[in-house]
Design a protein around this ligand. Structure first.
Ligand SMILES: Cc1ncc(COP(=O)(O)O)c(C=O)c1O
Length: 457
């Protein structure tokens, strides 16, 4: 597809670009990968090699696929008319998109614009602190987060990080963030029948230990993403909601990954019938066509930040410079329209089932797969060295599986440098436009790669 010589680009990249999550010594013996073009489900690298992207831009972002001229045109038109003004004022696309998105989130009527998932989460953390200061005399300032969940890369969000390797070396951290146990039944911590309820009760135990009057919010991913695609077991969410109500704790759902259709519903939490006080979402909001993140909340929370205009510090004194960019909401409007017009939520459910069933079927053939899990087009396969003992497969061998898929032209993901000893889950999050052939190609690549790695053992 590409006949241009990109050697100058490769050298510029090698000389100056600091890649994300990347050990650069590798580039002393090989070229960096430059992704040159994308169309639909595929991307092409500098050598013209095509890859089927089973991770939507590497980090579950490009939900509607590559090369959407309609989004690009909407962004272009908007930028020519009005590209930017600070968020203390409104813009046409921001107002329009707020109406569209809040129509998908009954109970959450107010939206705050910013530009990354980490930033959106920090907005909630700041609001919880401000509510604590203004309503509770400094009590209820603690924020609970869950082991294996991730909420971002800043120091505050790393203070709420349940993935120890992500946070390692970056302390000291912000006080008043407290961890609660994960809910992955495959890695059981309690030998009980109703695991979901028991895992939720472990949150209550932490609340009682810390003192309910010290806890202001609970921050959870609806389905844990980078921590190993953890689908909470039956009964978990009902109990979590009950606990939050009982102790007057605000429920913050981090939908940075699960939001915008990834699970087959607009938001992951909508699979479970829960009522959050805050929702944050980012990656799929505009499918990566423009940087945009949003924080959604209730009338009730919003009311707490405007009920005393006599107090000069009563409102939310926060700004996000690029939250005022109009490209984000302009792209997001088209992104939602595409999801609706192309029936992508239904497609996600159907293709997600095909992917999940296919992964589960591979277990018959491949002893390396210990567990498969997922909701919609958000799936994981946990790899083990021994199915009986559940000893995790080494990160090196998990990466070898990725490497083999890559050789076959399929890009998949895996938990990486996140959970000491447990970076052993393959991750799949193809675009919501996936067709049966795409899913089958992903499954074939995984099948072949596991065969190759198993033979090497
Ligand atoms: C669940 C979750 N929350 C928050 C973030 C942070 O988002 P960002 O990288 O846009 O800051 C991520 C990023 O991977 C994520 O997976």
């Amino acid at each position: 597809m590409h006949d241009n010589d990109l050697s100058a680009i490769i050298e510029a990249d090698r000389a100056h670009v600091w890649h994300h999550m990347f050990q650069h010594q590798l580039l002393e013996s090989r070229d960096p990968r430059i992704i040159v073009e994308g169309k639909g489900m595929s991307v092409w690298d500098q050598n013209g090699k095509e890859f089927l992207d089973a991770v939507s831009g590497g980090v579950w972002t490009v939900n509607v696929g590559y090369g959407r001229e309609r989004i690009a045109n909407a962004v272009r038109d908007q930028l020519i008319k009005m590209n930017y003004f600070a968020g203390s004022a409104g813009s046409i696309p921001a107002a329009q998109f707020s109406e569209i998105l809040t129509s998908k989130t009954p109970g959450l009527s107010r939206m705050y614009y910013c530009n990354s998932g980490s930033e959106a989460n920090e907005k909630v953390f700041k609001m919880v602190r401000q509510i604590s200061a203004q309503r509770y005399g400094g009590k209820k300032s603690k924020i609970l987060y869950r082991e294996r969940d991730y909420h971002g890369t800043t120091i505050a969000t790393l203070s709420a990080c349940g993935q120890k390797q992500r946070a390692q070396h970056y302390g000291p951290f912000v006080p008043d963030f407290v961890e609660v146990p994960h809910c992955l039944e495959y890695r059981k911590q309690w030998d009980v029948e109703n695991y979901g309820e028991r895992a939720a009760e472990s949150i209550e135990e932490v609340i009682l230990r810390e003192g309910p009057d010290t806890v202001g919010a609970l921050c959870l991913e609806p389905v844990t993403a980078g921590g190993g695609v953890i689908v909470p077991p039956k009964g978990y969410w009902e109990k979590v909601q009950e606990i939050c109500t009982k102790y007057d704790i605000l429920l913050h759902i981090d939908e940075v990954v699960c939001g915008m259709g990834r699970t087959g519903e607009w938001f992951g939490y909508q699979n479970y019938g829960i009522k959050p006080d805050f929702v944050t979402t980012a990656k799929g909001v505009a499918s990566g066509y423009a940087a945009i993140a949003v924080m959604l909340t209730t009338d009730e929370v919003f009311g707490m930040f405007k009920d005393n205009a006599d107090d000069p510090l009563n409102y939310f004194r926060d700004i996000s410079t690029f939250g005022g960019c109009t490209a984000g909401p302009a792209a997001a409007i088209e992104n939602v329209a595409i999801i609706e017009e192309e029936g992508l939520l239904d497609n996600t459910k159907a293709m997600g089932k095909r992917l999940q069933d296919g992964l589960a079927a591979l277990m018959d053939k491949h002893p390396l797969i210990g567990d498969t899990r997922g909701v919609g087009l958000f799936c994981g396969a946990e790899l083990v060295a021994d199915r009986e003992t559940k000893e995790p497969l080494s990160e090196k061998l998990v990466q070898a599986v990725l490497g083999e898929c890559d050789k076959q032209g399929v890009i998949i993901g895996a938990t990486m440098r996140s959970l000491p000893g447990f970076n052993n889950t393959l991750c799949f999050s193809p675009a919501l436009i996936s067709k049966e052939d795409d899913i089958d190609r992903i499954l074939d690549a995984v099948d072949n790669s596991l065969t190759t790695v198993e033979k090497s053992l």
